[in-house]
Design a protein around this ligand. Structure first.
Ligand SMILES: C[S@@+](CC[C@H](N)C(=O)[O-])C[C@H]1O[C@@H](n2cnc3c(N)ncnc32)[C@H](O)[C@@H]1O
Ligand code: SF4
Length: 392
């Protein structure tokens, strides 16, 4: 049996989850809590211990492996105080080789990152900031439970640029309650005016255990019609493409060379380390999920054990299906050489019949080097991925 990719390639990406928010947005089910300073300080201590545990387990106590990317996601990582952030950063620097080539992204909520904090992040090696703007429409921002207004987004990006950050992303959301095409046009235009180099545009997903879900059940959530959401997405794609922001993944657009390396690592189905409550990692051929609750997370770490709640050994077949599903998200698609390098088998030998069927229906395109979804079918990409799941 061929090993799954994460058992034969070293991890070069690290995800750190910071599960704190000032308040919960009405659509969001990411693992985050509204917590006090004491809770944050305790969390930083556990995180440092967990970082040492994963480092020692996968690389050995004395190794100092190089990281190509680090991603602090949340929650709201910028809710950490400067000294809390410094403690975590020092531990990462002690355990790993973080150098000028390492992409280090921190997610930030507009309004939660002042000049002093942004300078402190820059000083420890952070070189990319991702701001969750969602929309620039003031009414909509309130409807979805955001604490900031549109001018906070503009000011935050300005501070980040003045601090020296050259790589800045803005997240936008499409298909929000009563959102119109005009709202989307204004939001994307104002986002670009700030001088960013990357945009992520996500269609709203109504997640269970959120106020939006409850309101939808009660018939109180007025979402735009499906066709309108498609029109919004098409508008964003065209608008950004015309302004030099190439679409490189279903939801992601960037100026040349500004693609998020950390996320490319996921879509290439390479392994990655992940630490923090509720974090998901992929190491040594195993996908794992940490304890979501802070109490359980601390309890496990205090006992000197990894806080893993669930682990799944990925079979060689499953890993090949994952490589197709993830890689087809990319505009460039799945490289045949990359597939062979990861799995030790040719993609045509493994998925030849399915690829031919999809190709006949023009749902995918194939040449000597790659397999990709043509841009007119990106909206039905999920149905195309689904064909690869459980195929082997
Ligand atoms: C994990 S959040 C963290 C970012 C940061 N806390 C913020 O909100 O500004 C990352 C992004 O996921 C997107 N997101 C969160 N929940 C979503 C949902 N239910 N549907 C679509 N996008 C969502 C938002 O665009 C958000 O900025
Ligand atoms: S969207 Fe961001 S700020 Fe809002 S609850 Fe989720 S993680 Fe927190």
């Amino acid at each position: 049996m061929t090993d799954s990719p994460s058992s034969t390639f070293p991890a070069q990406a690290l995800y750190v989850h910071i599960p704190f928010c000032s308040s919960k947005c009405f659509y969001c089910d990411f693992n985050s809590y509204v917590s006090s300073e004491g809770v944050r300080i305790a969390y930083v201590e556990s995180l440092k211990q967990e970082l040492a545990m994963v480092h020692d387990e996968y690389f050995g106590v004395s190794a100092r492996p190089e990281l190509q990317s680090i991603f602090f996601g949340g929650g709201t990582p910028t809710l950490l105080s400067i000294s809390e952030f410094d403690h975590i950063a020092k531990q990462i620097h002690a355990l790993f080789d973080v150098n000028g080539d390492t992409e280090w992204t921190v997610e930030a909520n507009p309004g939660s990152a002042d000049r002093e904090k942004l300078s402190a992040l820059h000083a420890v090696g952070v070189n990319r900031i991702s701001f969750g703007a969602q929309t620039f429409n003031e009414t909509l921002l309130q409807v979805i439970g955001r604490l900031h207004d549109a001018s906070d987004v503009e000011n935050s990006v300005r501070y980040a640029l003045q601090t020296g950050f050259k790589r800045i992303n803005i997240d936008l959301m499409l298909g929000l309650p009563d959102q119109t095409i005009e709202d989307v046009k204004e939001s994307v235009a104002r986002a670009l005016q700030t001088g960013i180099s990357h945009v992520s545009a996500y269609g709203l997903k109504v997640e269970e255990n959120t106020p939006f879900y409850k309101w939808q059940q009660e018939g109180l959530l007025h979402l735009p019609h499906e066709n309108v959401e498609v029109e919004m997405y098409e508008f964003v794609r065209t608008y950004l493409n015309e302004r030099g922001f190439a679409q490189y993944e279903i939801s992601n657009f960037s100026l040349p060379g500004e693609e998020a390396r950390h996320n490319l690592n996921y879509w290439d189905n390479f392994p990655y380390l992940a630490v923090g409550a509720g974090a998901h990692g992929y190491m040594g051929g195993v996908r794992y999920e940490n304890e979501r609750s802070l109490a359980k997370y601390h309890e496990r770490v205090a006992l000197g054990t990894r806080p893993v709640a669930q682990a799944h050994v990925v079979s060689a077949n499953e890993a090949m299906e994952d490589t197709m599903m993830l890689g087809l998200r990319l505009k460039s698609g799945v490289s045949k050489r990359h597939f062979a390098r990861l799995h030790g088998r040719e993609v045509d030998e493994v998925f030849g019949i399915l690829i031919e069927q999809l190709q006949q229906r023009r749902l995918i395109e194939v040449d000597d080097e790659s397999i990709w979804i043509p841009s007119q079918y990106v909206e039905v990409a999920n149905e195309i991925f689904a064909r690869f799941v459980g195929y082997l």
